[in-house]
Write a protein that binds this ligand. Structure first.
Ligand code: MG
Ligand code: MG
Length: 272
């Protein structure tokens, strides 16, 4: 069952999402060759608690950490460990936070030092596909419209769209209805309505869309060992249109990146 949110609830969810956004912004400067994903995990847990929230993933389905850290060929759900990041790596950092009984959940794939051209392009296209998908999240459209848009955009670049893992509704639970696949058929699936909140999160592979899972029961990686990218935003439908609750602006501030990519998804009449 889809649980739509009131405007007040959506503003509470924006608060939770922004804690995650700020956490990712804080981490952006720390993602360097030599740092371990476990060190980053500790920083994130402290930061989230200092902001009056609780890590959203820690203990959820028994996940052992605050962050899902998935370098290179890992798609998602990687567990932080003692292996230092290396120059040329990419790392998907997925983070959740719980505040005021609502979850925030979003993710960014960072470059560690200088990354090769093909991988850079994968990151660029995957992030673009996130916005291509968000643009379709509006009243009257359906789940398949978002999935189709993301799939079509990524496959036109020759990339593999992961099937087994999907975006999701978000609220008092980390994973609510509906499931939001990154593939699909136009006009199919559940219909969107005012007050819906979802996490849209394309997981896109440089090579095959096929994946496998490590014996740890968590880590998902590409079947061919090629890199995978992952970007995630939390989005509500307000006034029939997609309203972004999370933001990459703290990451961009930390990295000195100029971007207006989020502007079309913010309604000036709403607070913050
Ligand atoms: Mg996530
Ligand atoms: Mg998610």
């Amino acid at each position: 069952m889809i649980k739509t949110k009131t405007l007040e609830e959506i503003e509470l969810m924006r608060e939770s999402a922004l804690i995650v956004s700020k956490t990712l912004g804080m981490l952006a400067k720390e993602v360097q060759p030599g740092v371990t994903t476990l060190q980053l995990d500790k920083l994130a847990e402290e930061f989230i608690r200092d902001h009056g929230a609780v890590p959203g993933f820690l203990g959820l389905y028994d996940f052992p950490n605050t962050l899902c850290m998935s370098p290179n060929a890992q798609v998602v759900h990687g567990i932080p460990n003692d292996t230092p990041l290396e120059e040329g790596d990419i790392i998907s950092i997925d983070c959740g936070a719980l505040k005021n009984e609502f979850y925030g959940d979003h993710a960014y794939t960072f470059e560690v030092g200088e990354v090769d051209k093909a991988t850079k392009e994968l990151l660029k296209v995957t992030k673009e596909s996130l916005y291509v998908g968000i643009r379709e999240f509006k009243t009257g459209n359906r789940v398949g419209d978002v999935g189709y848009a993301i799939q079509n955009y990524c496959e036109s670049h020759g990339y593999g769209v992961v099937r087994e893992l999907v975006g999701h509704g978000l609220g008092r639970k980390m994973h609510e209805d509906p499931e939001m696949p990154n593939y699909g058929r136009r006009g199919r699936g559940k219909k969107f309505s005012e007050g819906m909140v979802v996490a849209i999160e394309p997981m896109i592979n440089l090579g095959t869309h096929r994946i496998k899972q490590l014996r740890d029961g968590w880590t998902i990686l590409t079947a061919d060992g090629k890199p995978s990218a992952h970007f995630e935003h939390d989005v509500a439908i307000v006034n029939g249109k997609p309203e972004l609750l999370s933001t990459f602006k703290y990451i961009y501030e930390a990295l000195g990146i100029e971007s207006d990519e989020e502007d079309e998804f913010r309604q000036k009449t709403l607070v913050s």
